[in-house]
Design a protein around this ligand. Structure first.
Ligand SMILES: C[S@@+](CC[C@H](N)C(=O)[O-])C[C@H]1O[C@@H](n2cnc3c(N)ncnc32)[C@H](O)[C@@H]1O
Length: 330
């Protein structure tokens, strides 16, 4: 089964693709957004993804559609990726954060607690896997990840159970992890969602450094968008939406520097974005009914001004262990 793009028409309306311009889809996935942009205007589209499977899909499509140019890499590295491709600025950047249905549906990628497979969860094909994380980090580090990225209230109990269990047998499969978590929290107790949902989400976000990538991707968009260029971001998680909202409010001068209401001496750098709308765009009831995965989607859009980039990193707001602390099993 393919990936059903979420908020597709809203994304196109926010991006406003035009003939002759160049756009970037930083999360190509199944190409749903990318193909719709190419249909909406006679433009060029760079399709970026860190997942080799997605890039292979993009290459198949590009064989028929020369205006699509696949680029393998992370959107956190968008600036070097685009510069290497010979681009100094683009007219629009889309990010559709998270995993694709292709990734979830393939048991062997290890993203799903409903399909047995190796405990992997890497969107790219390098770095530590979910098994490496669960089998090597300390109990407080695991608890911090599960608590902060999963907002799981039983994080400490789950981390303790995982560390005790791995002494006798390290984790290697998704169903083993899901069942151990279920036992740790005392079964399902009539809940609609599986007790491992939040832990799986947290470990996936950690393994792929998803908030760090988003923070770097937003900063890269500020650098690579031409004046008038549009940044369109769709998130599925409140931690991510909060980061996008804070970034756009700050860089549009609503918080911190840039406000025109402050006395001259208190003014920060000039705003690098304007916000066509302050509030996030949400999916319609009809879209949620047709595609329940759309339920938590939020779309935000910013339009790049001519102001110079801010010399300031975007803080993901998390204080987590480092991926480099994870021991990779031989
Ligand atoms: C939700 S899907 C995108 C679906 C796409 N909009 C469509 O319509 O088919 C997210 C995709 O982004 C990719 N991805 C996630 N984080 C990434 C990152 N930091 N850099 C590049 N690709 C990333 C994933 O591998 C996945 O293929």
């Amino acid at each position: 089964m393919g990936h059903v793009p979420v908020l597709l028409e809203e994304v196109i309306e926010a991006l406003q693709p035009r003939d002759g311009e160049t756009y970037v889809d930083g999360t190509f996935g199944g190409g749903g957004y990318a193909l719709r942009v190419l249909q909406a205007a006679n433009c060029t589209l760079y399709g970026v993804d860190r997942d080799l499977d997605a890039i292979e899909r993009a290459e198949e499509l590009a064989a028929e559609e020369p205006r699509l140019i696949p680029l393998m890499g992370r959107f956190g590295d968008l600036e070097p990726l685009l510069l290497n491709a010979g681009l100094r600025a683009v007219h629009g950047i889309m990010l559709d954060i998270g995993v694709s249905s292709f990734q979830i549906d393939q048991g062997e990628r290890g993203f799903s607690f409903m399909r047995d497979g190796p405990l992997d969860m890497r969107m790219g094909q390098s770095g530590p896997s979910a098994a490496d994380v669960i089998n090597s980090l300390s109990e407080p580090d695991l608890a911090a990840i599960i608590r902060q990225l999963g907002e799981e209230r039983q994080a400490r109990r789950i981390a303790k159970t995982l560390v005790e269990r791995r002494l006798s047998q390290p984790f290697s499969t998704t169903l083993d992890l899901a069942e151990t978590i279920e036992q740790a929290v005392g079964g399902r107790r009539g809940k609609k969602t599986h007790p491992a949902t939040l832990t799986f989400q947290a470990v996936r976000m950690f393994v792929n450094d998803e908030l760090g990538e988003l923070a770097r991707g937003l900063a890269a968009a500020e650098r690579m968008l031409a004046p008038g260029g549009r940044l369109v971001v769709v998130t599925f998680h409140s931690l991510e939406d909060r980061l996008v909202k804070r970034f756009l409010r700050e860089r549009s001068g609503e918080t911190g520097g840039g406000s025109r209401y402050l006395p001259e001496r208190d003014k920060g750098p000039e705003a690098t974005f304007t916000l066509p709308r302050r509030k996030a765009i949400e999916p319609s009831e009809a879209e949620i009914a047709a595609n329940p995965r759309a339920r938590s989607a939020r779309l935000r859009v910013g339009v790049r001004t001519e102001a110079p980039i801010w010399d300031k990193d975007v803080d993901s707001g998390m204080r987590l262990p480092s991926l480099s602390d994870v021991e990779i099993a031989a």
